[in-house]
Every structure is written in structure tokens, then in C-alpha cells.
Write a protein that binds this ligand. Structure first.
Ligand code: ADP
Ligand code: MG
Length: 489
């Protein structure tokens, strides 16, 4: 990035809500159904049909607004946004323009900090409800296009950020966090490939340090995290090039061409569509009852930012904390381990290491783990207390996982399979003395300075204890008993 200019980015994100039916009709919604099978008279814009808001969609919207600390407006309004295109049978889309149901609030961007070194929070402008359009497919080389109305009328949230993101990577991290959040709330699949999460990016440059914003351009329809970051970077290059040549950036809508890694102007402001917004005459203002808000607030799951804060407090590395908080089921698993008293960093290592490896190779969700969080917490505690070695712990874990018998505790397996570490100082000391007495020659050489022989003594003790001697205790004993000044025997 040029030292003279800094980029400013704001995102408009569309998120399809997980509901049984569409935003304004009882027509079912779903991904992957055969084209035009999820339609009804309202979806098709047939005369005499009227919209009825979907209560589940509204509840989902409330949950997100609460999670972001937005101001929830008890009354919001719907409007018609008109445009004419085959994917929109009604000729307008119902959205919330001047009176969104939620404004303000913010979203934390993990891994990024603000000017004060605090976790970066990006302020939100607004969140509002909309219905989706259908989908046109232009068939290459044919004289016709195809249209599928399954998606028409699907419930959407649009989440608009303030222009407060400072780099392509930060924008991608923001979008990832939003995906994590809506998945944690269980309100959306938020899958960019399937289009249940979509993003437009607004990009401008300004002289570094200047408070006023530069002219922005909007890149439409970014459908992967990688393309989002790449497109923003390409657009920054394009604008920088203009500015450095002394030319002005003209407000425009662009698309991103991944093959050429370039943004391309689709239309400039002069050609911007006039959507002729009108208040939606068929819908009263949307009322959000306070009782709903309180009920939803009290049933919110642990949120990713709160989880990361808890994990940081427990000494868990930031990368692990992000990973664990990004997968609600993993977070739930870890939380139960912490609740059972497992030390944070060790618990996190086990979850992101041993456990996740097994679960992934089996294609299992954490909630279906054959080893319960409480059992794993017990095992971690046994390692902490030197009851079993780290190596034995892995063997015990593998046994617990394959035997999948919830009645077997790690302690019982350790006992049964002879994994219990000898930490009893007296017992180990007896073995060490035996070994030293049996090898007077080596002891003499060691004391004369051949310290490499230490490995020999360790090996002998481990052999006699089947590897179960606690290495720390063993080393302390060797230090003491091999000390040349120590009394013999
Ligand atoms: P529209 O709906 O016409 O695109 P909005 O005012 O709702 O306009 O802004 C949309 C997005 O553009 C917001 O995410 C906002 O943060 C972002 N934005 C506005 N001005 C700028 C700017 N100068 N540079 C970068 N992003 C901007
Ligand atoms: Mg826009």
C-alpha cells in the first residue's frame, strides 16, 4: 500500500435466514430443490396475494441485532424497491429502507486491533430485513436465459457496516466473524458457495491521516472470502493508480474478474438505477414486542467474542481461541472441559490437536465425540498431576475413543492397561538405587565426568518400571544420588 494513501472499506452483507418458509409467504424455502418447485402465488406475484411477515425470520433478526449490541427499534417499516428484471416477478423487492429494525452496534474482528491495541470492533450502520430475488441463468451460446424462482422471496438480513475496515484481510476477517456469529446463533447456514452469505464491498482511498472519506466504488457479488480480499486489493490498486496519475475516482459499481485479478466498472453513478422506493402499502409497520426481545436475549448461546475473551483469560493462545470460538460445537466442548476444571492451554491443545484430528478423520461432529469433554478434562488433569505421562495419555485417549464406552473413565483405563505413572518417590528411589548398585563401574565413570552415561541410568530405570517412572522425579533422584559428594549407597 502506498504510504500516501490509506484504504477505507465498508461491507454490505446479505445473509439468508434459516426458516421453513419465505419472508412473506408460507411457501417453503430450501437450497438445491429442482428449479421452480418452491413457488406459490405470492412468490410469483400473482394478483390478489398479500405478504405476511415470517415470525421466525424476525426472531432470527432480533437475535443478530442483540448479539451485535444494536439498537432495536420497536417499530420499523417496509418499502418497495422497484426494478424490472426477470428474476423479480412482482416488479419490486420488499426491503426496509429509511426505517430499519436495527441500527448501530458493532462486530469484533478477531486478530485485528484498533489504534489503542484493543480488539478491533467495526461499527455497524444498520441491519434490515429483505426478501431475495430469484436467479437468472444466462445459457452460453443460447438465445434464451433460464430463471428459477425458488429463491425469490427467501428471507434475508442485510448487514451494513460503517466504512471502518482498513485492509482486504481485515474485511475478510470481518466477514468470517459475521459468518461465525450467524452460525453460532443458528440463524443461517451462511455458506458463500451456496449463496446464503453474499457480500458487496465499498472501497475508497484517502490521503493518510485525512478525516474525510474519499469517493467510493462498490464491488458487487463477491462469493468467497478469497475473492473478497483479492477484489478489494485489486480495487485499491486501480484507485491508487488513478490518484497517482492525478485523476479522480468516479463513483461506480464494479465487478471483479478473478481470472485477470482486476475490478471492472459495470456502471457509474449517472447510470444508477432509480428504485422509486415507496412505503409498502400491504404491510403495517413491523412491531417487535419487548417480550420477544427479552425471551430471545435470555436464550442467546455463548457468543464468539465472549468465548475468545474467556479463552484469552484462561491463557489459551489467540489462534486457538479464534479457531475454537469459530466452531460452536468445538467451543461447547472446550467450555465443558473448562467447567470441569481442565487448565485452559492444555485443554485447548487436546481439543485442537488429538480430538479434532480424530473427529475430522471420522467425519464426526464434536457433539458426537466418543470421548466426553468431562473424560478428556479428567485425562488432562491426570497428566497435570503426573499420574500418567503425556505418551500414555495419548494411548488412553485412543482407547477411550475406540472403545467408546462412557462407563470407562480415563483413570480406569490407565489402571487396567498399566499406564499409571510411578510418581511415588520412594518406589522410584528404590528402583534407582537398585540400578546404581548393579552398575558400580558406570557410576564411577559418571562421577568422574562421563555424564553421557545418564541416559543409560534413565534407560535402566524405565526398563524396570515399563516406562512408567515419572521423568521429573527420576531426574531429581539421579541428580541427588549421582552427586559425587553424596554418601555412597
Ligand atoms: P448504498 O446502499 O447506496 O450502497 P450506503 O450509504 O448504505 O449506500 O453505504 C453502503 C456501504 O458503503 C456501507 O457499508 C458504508 O460503510 C460504505 N461506504 C460509504 N462511504 C464509503 C467510503 N467513502 N469509502 C468506503 N466505504 C464507504
Ligand atoms: Mg450499496
Amino acid at each position: 500500500m502506498s504510504p500516501a494513501y490509506e484504504p477505507v472499506i465498508g461491507l454490505e452483507v446479505h445473509c439468508q435466514l434459516q426458516t421453513a418458509s419465505k419472508m412473506f409467504s408460507a411457501c417453503p424455502v430450501g437450497i438445491g430443490a429442482p428449479p421452480n418447485t418452491l413457488v406459490d402465488p405470492y412468490t410469483l406475484g400473482l394478483p390478489g396475494t398479500l405478504p405476511v411477515p415470517n415470525a421466525q425470520a424476525v426472531r432470527h433478526g432480533i437475535a443478530l441485532a442483540l448479539a451485535c449490541g444494536c439498537e432495536l427499534h420497536p417499530q420499523s417499516r417496509f418499502a418497495r424497491k422497484h426494478y424490472f428484471y426477470p428474476d423479480l416477478p412482482k416488479g419490486y423487492q420488499i426491503t426496509q429502507s429509511d426505517h430499519p429494525y436495527a441500527t448501530g452496534g458493532s462486530l469484533e474482528v478477531p486478530g485485528f486491533t484498533d489504534a489503542h491495541g484493543q480488539p478491533k470492533r467495526v461499527p455497524l450502520t444498520r441491519i434490515h430485513f429483505e426478501e431475495d430475488a430469484g436467479k437468472n441463468t444466462h445459457v452460453l451460446g443460447e438465445d434464451h436465459s433460464l430463471v428459477d424462482y425458488n429463491r425469490a422471496g427467501a428471507p434475508l438480513l442485510e448487514i451494513v457496516s460503517e466504512p471502518a475496515l482498513g485492509s482486504p484481510d481485515e474485511a475478510a476477517a470481518y466477514l468470517r466473524e459475521l459468518r461465525t456469529l450467524v452460525r453460532t446463533l443458528g440463524i443461517s447456514q451462511a455458506n458463500m458457495e451456496e449463496g446464503t452469505l453474499r457480500c458487496d464491498a465499498n472501497v475508497s482511498l484517502r490521503p493518510r491521516g485525512q478525516a474525510t472519506l474519499g469517493t467510493r466504488c462498490e464491488i458487487k457479488n463477491l462469493n468467497s472470502f478469497r475473492f473478497l480480499a483479492q477484489a478489494i486489493a485489486a480495487e485499491i490498486r486501480r484507485q491508487l493508480d488513478l490518484l497517482e496519475r492525478g485523476e479522480a475516482v468516479v463513483m461506480a459499481t464494479l465487478s471483479y474478474d478473478p481470472e485477470r485479478d482486476r475490478t471492472r466498472i459495470m456502471r457509474t453513478k449517472e447510470a444508477a438505477a432509480d428504485y422509486r422506493y415507496l412505503p409498502e402499502p400491504d404491510l403495517p409497520p413491523l412491531s417487535i414486542p419487548a417480550a420477544w426481545v427479552e425471551e430471545i436475549r435470555s436464550s442467546l448461546p455463548p457468543l464468539p467474542a465472549a468465548r475468545r475473551a474467556r479463552y484469552a483469560q484462561q491463557g489459551i493462545a489467540a489462534d486457538d481461541a479464534v479457531l475454537l470460538a469459530a466452531e460452536p460445537e468445538l467451543g461447547d466442548y472446550l467450555d465443558r472441559m473448562l467447567d470441569a476444571g481442565a487448565p485452559g492451554p492444555k485443554a485447548a491443545n487436546w481439543v485442537t490437536g488429538e480430538l479434532l484430528a480424530k473427529l475430522r478423520s471420522d467425519g464426526r461432529d464434536p457433539s458426537a465425540s466418543p470421548v466426553s469433554p468431562e473424560a478428556l478434562a479428567e485425562l488432562v488433569g491426570m497428566v497435570e498431576r503426573d499420574e500418567v505421562s503425556g505418551r500414555s495419555a495419548k494411548a488412553i485417549f485412543a482407547t477411550l475413543y475406540t472403545e467408546a464406552d462412557p462407563s470407562q473413565s480415563p483413570r480406569a483405563i490407565a489402571e487396567r492397561d498399566g499406564h499409571r505413572q510411578l510418581s511415588d518417590d520412594a518406589a522410584i528411589e528404590a528402583v534407582v538405587r537398585e540400578v546404581l548398585e548393579g552398575s558400580p563401574g558406570q557410576v564411577q565413570q559418571y562421577r568422574a565426568g562421563k555424564t553421557k552415561l545418564r541416559g543409560y541410568f534413565v534407560g535402566q530405570v524405565m526398563k524396570r518400571t515399563q516406562g512408567r517412572a515419572n521423568p521429573r522425579v527420576l531426574n531429581e533422584l539421579l541428580d541427588r544420588l549421582l552427586d559425587p559428594d553424596a554418601p555412597e549407597g
